[in-house]
Design a protein around this ligand. Sequence first.
Ligand SMILES: *Cc1c(COP(=O)(O)O)cnc(C)c1O
Length: 376
Amino acid sequence: MEKIWLSPPHQSGNELRYIQQALESNYIAPLGPHVDAFEQKLASYAGVTHATALSSGTAALHLALKILDIGPGDIVICPTFTFTASANPITYLGATPVFIDSEETTWNMCPNVLEDAIRHLIQKGKRPKAVIGIHIYGMPMQLDEILTICQKYEIPLIEDAAEALGSVYKGKKAGAFGLMSIFSFNGNKIITTSGGGALLSGNELYTRKARFLASQAKDEAQHYQHSEIGYNYRLSNICAAIGLAQLEVIEDRVKRRRENFEFYKQELRHIPGISFQNEPADCFSNRWLTCMLIDPKTGNGYNRESIRLLLEKENIESRPLWKPLHLQPVFKDALYFGGNVAWRLFEVGLCLPSGSNLGITDISAITASIKMPPRS
Ligand SMILES: *Cc1c(COP(=O)(O)O)cnc(C)c1O
């Protein structure tokens, strides 16, 4: 059987046409009309005034932190239950990440733990300079609570919506809540530019600063003049052409991923010990990845690793959920607030193949494999 991937790219059919336009107009790089159009359409989709197309989501986070003037000695709060790219940019700037546990409902940053951590840090004279909030696997975080805390302590929220394009919280799109927010268009995300990201903000000054920093911080002058250190972080016009074709079909991609989730849930929820990520009433997740928890204590012989290996034998890719960052060797000395919620998600959680191009035959084969009696 051909390999079934976790979350492969899914072409819309218009990619080649837009790339061809870009080539014919010779806007191959650096910027060009496809970048402009992609930024406008992305901003309007997310309901934010400005978007800046960048070479990755990681670059977008780096710039967001840089624009807030974060540097050595500063503390930035970050959920522990996420991909390392959420925290790496903190360290690029010489700042220090402090990690926060998840809550049980959406698996995102726990507001209670967040407030405890902020209070504790302020008492020690170490007021955090920013909070990074994440919608993990596309599920919106508890934004009302988190925004209230950020406002109360006057700490800006940077919204890492890398996994959440198309998700909605109380009628507003993910990406429309932070002082700045980021998306990723890496190959495994819900849409891709073959590699890319974006920084969004309602603040025009931030946007101008982002574009300045992303193109080597060139001062206004005919000669090359620099008063600041910049980066080479802009998205190429060819990649933006791919992004335009992908963005046209985002609603279909969200629909397809949600259908995957519903199929898995219908087929598997009757197995004792198996459960899925909750979607609270006022949330709408793009269900970027379908994640399943397998409680090994139910005594039916299943556990996360046995299911992962069983699928691997069938040439089906599945992955454990994110390993908490405070348990990563590289962050072993970082301060952490919370208990074992994220750790347990990692211990018992598995991401199932979730591509929007996953066919009914393949997804049926996956659920059939999982329903087979475990061979332990
Ligand atoms: C993918 C991802 C990123 C990084 O995006 P890249 O475009 O791969 O740099 C950041 N945060 C989260 C939560 C992600 O899943």
